[in-house]
Ligand binder design. Structure first.
Ligand SMILES: NC(=O)C1=CN([C@@H]2O[C@H](COP(=O)(O)OP(=O)(O)OC[C@H]3O[C@@H](n4cnc5c(N)ncnc54)[C@H](O)[C@@H]3O)[C@@H](O)[C@H]2O)[C@@H](O)CC1
Ligand SMILES: [K+]
Length: 517
């Protein structure tokens, strides 16, 4: 699913109005009906009190229009206009008049107004600011946010939590409403997925308000949300007459004394992801553990007992995953330098190989084009330098990707894969995966996909997706705390199968049907 910028959403809005020959108010009405249906389906006419806080722009207009529908269906509502500016939007005014026609008089909140009482069991609809926010809200509006938050009522934000910008991190956390749920119009916002801004909504959902599908399809975006639908067309089916020789040969180079397990995990993940053959290249101390633990792998050893000191082999791997458990011994740094000088194979670079690159930036020029780098946040910082905030991080990552023609996998709760100008935001995975060795598994999986002729970019995006999905399937059996990297490997197969699983049938609500009264 594409992630549009605020500017593109406004353009989509205009394109829809023109193409469908409707007024902007009709578009707003459609959005309000979607909001109403969502709420009505869940509350089913219950007596819960709904407080609607509405700004004076179009986000506020949505809230005011929603209030009308709720009132018409007998809901217990209180409507407030948060009067932060005199520049009321036309569609806000039209809806305010319609509300007054129905004898509903909103309470106008100003700087010194007494704030309304909100009960814990009540619902707050937050329609104060939408994507039109262009500066931090005034302090009295921030006080209102705090007042709402203190009530502990369920907060439903319209389009975006109020106070949250679409393209920058707020300076003051208190100046943004923390929503329990956000109903985002048509498309999700990038800010839902970044660590510094994703905290403002616990959950989000997209409401289809009928923006022009042609405009949405033809407009390129800088970010894309990656789920099953995006990955299915990427999947390469197995050919009937294929054999292990046609499924490629992954080589995992890594390990040092006490860290051989990482190579074990990466190699296993590479094989489970479908590589025809897997070889592990380790220091001598890794030979017996690997041969014992992982009979499917072939093992090559360095001359040294504890470290990798020279990366030379007479096999012909399709791709090389390098860095897990590698350590940074001087002899290893030298070995990596020499290896990069002569290597022509595609690389997946992780862990200490990344740290060695960060500490010896001249080596970066030697990595082959389209290498995949999989840093966790600290490794990323060493590579691209400190960032001011999440947006600066993305900009720096894009620059780095362009400079070295590489694919950067920024690991996090929503891993974002960056290539050139574009970011692919992952949707799978869970907090249980923050555990030893899951990074090694990811390196192995991406390596295993490249062996099977996935392009490095597709391998990175698909690998991240499958890795998270395997973790999600595994966590159902283990719980968050007990989930291990081995559990993730064991469910890689299930993650592939899940790609083709039909969603379990559940009584779907027909959007064209009237909601239950
Ligand atoms: N294109 C779409 O998809 C649709 C958008 N709609 C709604 O329209 C919203 C955007 O509406 P608007 O552009 O009117 O903007 P908002 O309603 O987000 O903000 C209102 C106005 O307040 C002013 N403002 C910004 N920051 C301020 C601050 N800190 N203090 C005081 N004033 C400030 C700006 O002039 C802004 O236009 C969306 O978020 C959505 O809720 C819906 O009506 C349906 C259609
Ligand atoms: K809002």
């Amino acid at each position: 699913m594409k992630i549009f910028s605020a500017k593109q959403i406004y353009e989509a809005d205009k394109a829809t109005i023109k193409k469908n020959n409707i007024s902007s108010n009709e578009l707003m009405e459609g959005a309000a009906v979607q909001l109403f249906n969502w709420l009505h389906l869940r509350i089913q006419g219950g007596p819960v009190k709904i407080h609607l806080f509405c700004g004076i722009g179009n986000n506020g207009g949505d809230g005011i229009a929603l209030a009308r529908h709720l009132q018409e269906h007998g809901y217990n509502i209180a409507v407030y206009v948060v009067n932060y500016s005199k520049k009321r939007s036309d569609d806000f005014l039209v809806n305010l008049d319609r509300l007054k026609d129905r004898k509903i008089w909103p309470e106008f909140l100003e700087e010194n107004s007494v704030l309304p009482e909100i009960g814990r069991e009540d619902i707050v609809v937050d329609a104060i600011f939408g994507i039109g926010l262009n500066r931090a809200p005034d302090s009295w509006v921030v006080n209102l946010f705090e007042h709402i938050q203190k009530s502990e009522a369920f907060v439903l934000s319209v389009d975006i939590p109020s106070g949250l910008f679409t393209d920058k991190v707020p300076k003051d956390e208190k100046a943004v409403i923390k929503a329990n749920h956000t109903l985002s119009f048509q498309v999700p916002k990038l800010v839902f997925f970044l660590p510094e801004t994703g905290i403002f909504t616990q959950q989000w959902e997209v409401l289809d308000i009928g923006l022009d599908p042609e405009f949405l399809a033809n407009t390129e975006t800088y970010y894309e949300l990656i789920g099953k639908n995006e990955m299915l067309p990427v999947y390469i089916p197995r050919e009937k007459f294929s054999h292990k020789g046609t499924h490629g040969h992954g080589l995992i180079v890594g390990g040092s004394y006490g860290k051989i397990g990482s190579v074990n995990l990466a190699s296993k993940a590479c094989l489970e992801t479908g590589s025809g053959l897997v070889t592990a290249y380790v220091p001598k101390c890794g030979y017996i553990p690997l041969q014992t633990n992982f009979p499917e792998a072939m093992v090559l050893t360095d001359a040294d007992e504890k470290y990798i000191t020279n990366i030379e082999f007479d096999i012909n791997p399709t791709v090389i995953g390098i860095g897990v458990g590698l350590g940074k011994d001087q002899s290893t740094v030298k070995a990596l330098d020499e290896f990069l000088s002569k290597n022509k194979k595609p690389l997946v670079i992780d862990a200490d190989a990344l740290n060695i690159l960060s500490e010896n930036k001249s080596l970066l020029k030697k990595i082959p084009a389209q290498s995949v780098l999989t840093p966790h946040p600290k490794e990323l910082e060493r590579l691209i330098g400190k960032w001011k905030d999440d947006f600066d991080k993305l900009d720096k990552a894009k620059k780095f990707s362009k400079q070295y023609d590489c694919i950067l996998v920024i690991k996090g709760s929503h891993t974002i894969t960056i290539y050139d100008e574009k970011g692919y935001v992952n949707t799978t995975g869970n907090p249980g995966m923050g555990t030893a060795g899951t990074g090694d598994v990811l390196t192995g999986m991406i390596t295993g996909l490249i062996t099977q002729s996935y392009s490095p970019l597709n391998a990175a995006v698909f690998g991240v997706y499958l890795h998270g999905r395997a973790g999600d399937i595994a966590v159902d059996k283990t719980g968050y705390q007990a989930l291990t990297a081995t559990n993730v490997i064991n469910d890689i197969g299930s993650a592939f199968i899940d790609l083709f699983a039909q969603p379990e049938s559940r009584p779907e609500v027909n959007e064209n049907e009237a909601p239950p009264e």
